[in-house]
Design a binder for this molecule. Structure first.
Ligand SMILES: Cc1ncc(COP(=O)(O)O)c(C=O)c1O
Length: 400
């Protein structure tokens, strides 16, 4: 008997992912096609990476053009794609007006690693070397390397990996009083996802945001906003922290930043940049010119007001459709999120629903323990959202 495609993968790869047995051979826009000729509507977007869908011609063209010039230079020399992407990101965020600066790396976890180091270096250079503590939140996810993992507020990711980095304090999400109590003279930063994504799609309350901004003012600590999943158009705006009025000193970016290629970034305020010098931090591949060129091509499109307006319209359409489904199917609960980072609570096992959706030709994700997460391409059309809702209805109706 012919072995499944997955079984080859299982023999060769470290068993770190629960993969579905599908051999995708092509993607176009919001669609993926497998080797058996089955067509899928991709509402997972490669974990929020493919903001413009698969193989967008503007991105593939930019990759081809840059790859014919040079693939890699190292950070020993400036290069045009990095400069252009940094300019674009700064101009699209408050960091441009504040004369902030950019640091490029390869992934989300590395961007957060950099943010943690920059915060500590900032206070060290101010003669406040005791200020090393970083407050983070229960259910947050910041990445898999030790700094970002130490910041992450979910025990399951840390178990078995020994001691975490010291100096991290966990506080309950949206608990302004607990946050106030946790702050002390050694607090260097409050680090948060503007929307807790992986941990259950939890938005911040107005009171919580106000408290964070007040603490920053009174205590002098910094604020790190991890925009890796919620930013770059996903929430209907370029910066989710700015959308919610969070006054961040550092924002971290990745996922769609490289247009589908690996790329991460931290935007830092001028006062933090002033405390850094050559050699303090670095990376061989960070800010790869091809990834930057691809990212710039994506950003030129996704930063257009009309494009962001479509994200908000599709969000309203998807939310309305989910609300109608929740009224009909009693095992469905609260709908949460912003823009095209939406989730719906379910009392049925999420893994089963994801598998049932796959059968219907719809790719979706999990968030937290009991939330079905939708990350459609930001370029999704009205008819694609309608089609996804139809597939969800077919899937939910198969449940008793
Ligand atoms: C909010 C957030 N931060 C950090 C990360 C880590 O990013 P990466 O997987 O690129 O290291 C993720 C990944 O899902 C994320 O959602």
């Amino acid at each position: 008997m012919k072995k499944s495609f997955l079984s080859q993968d299982t023999i060769l790869m470290a068993p770190l992912y629960a993969k579905a047995d599908i051999n995708f051979i092509k993607g176009k826009g919001a669609r993926l096609f497998d080797s058996k000729g089955k067509k899928y509507l991709d509402f997972a977007s490669g974990l929020a990476v493919n903001a413009l869908g698969h193989s967008h011609p503007a991105i593939t063209k930019a990759i081809k053009k840059q790859s014919e010039k040079f693939l890699h230079l190292s950070n020993l020399y400036p290069n045009e794609p990095q400069i252009k992407l940094a300019q674009k990101m700064l101009s699209l965020t408050k960091f441009g007006k504040e004369k902030g600066k950019a640091f490029f790396c390869n992934s989300g976890t590395e961007a957060n690693e950099a943010a943690i180091k920059f915060v500590r270096k900032y206070f060290f250079s101010k003669g406040e070397s005791n200020r090393v503590e970083i407050i983070t939140f229960v259910n947050s996810f910041h990445g898999r390397t030790y700094g970002a993992l130490s910041a992450t507020g979910q025990e399951k990711f840390k178990t078995g990996f020994g001691e975490m980095l010291s100096g991290f304090k966990l506080v309950e999400w949206n608990n302004a009083e607990e946050l106030k109590k946790a702050v002390c003279k050694n607090t260097a930063a409050i680090m948060l996802e503007p929307i807790v994504a992986e941990g259950g799609i939890l938005t911040p309350s107005k009171k919580f945001i106000k408290t964070i901004n007040e603490i920053k003012k009174q205590n002098g600590c910094l604020v790190i906003a991890d925009e890796i999943q919620a930013g770059l158009g996903r929430c209907g705006a370029i910066s989710c922290s700015e959308l919610f009025g969070i006054n961040a000193d550092i924002t971290t970016w990745a996922k769609p930043l490289g247009g589908g290629l690996p790329l991460g970034m931290a935007l830092i305020s001028a006062k933090i940049a002033e405390c850094l010098k050559p050699g303090d931090h670095g990376t061989t591949f960070g800010g790869n010119p091809v990834a930057c060129a691809a990212g710039l091509a994506a950003l030129e499109i996704l930063s257009k007001p009309k494009f962001l307006a479509n994200v908000r319209e599709r969000s309203a359409q998807l939310r309305d459709g989910l609300e109608a489904l929740a009224k009909k199917h009693k095992f469905l609960g609260e709908i949460r999120g912003e823009g095209l980072l939406l989730g719906i609570e379910t009392q049925k096992p999420v893994a089963d629903i994801i598998a049932a959706c796959r059968k219907q030709g719809l790719l979706v994700l999990r968030a937290g323990a009991n939330v079905l997460r939708f990350l459609p391409p930001l370029a999704a059309t009205k008819s694609e959202v309608k089609e996804a809702l139809g597939k969800l209805e077919a899937c939910f109706s198969s449940y008793p």
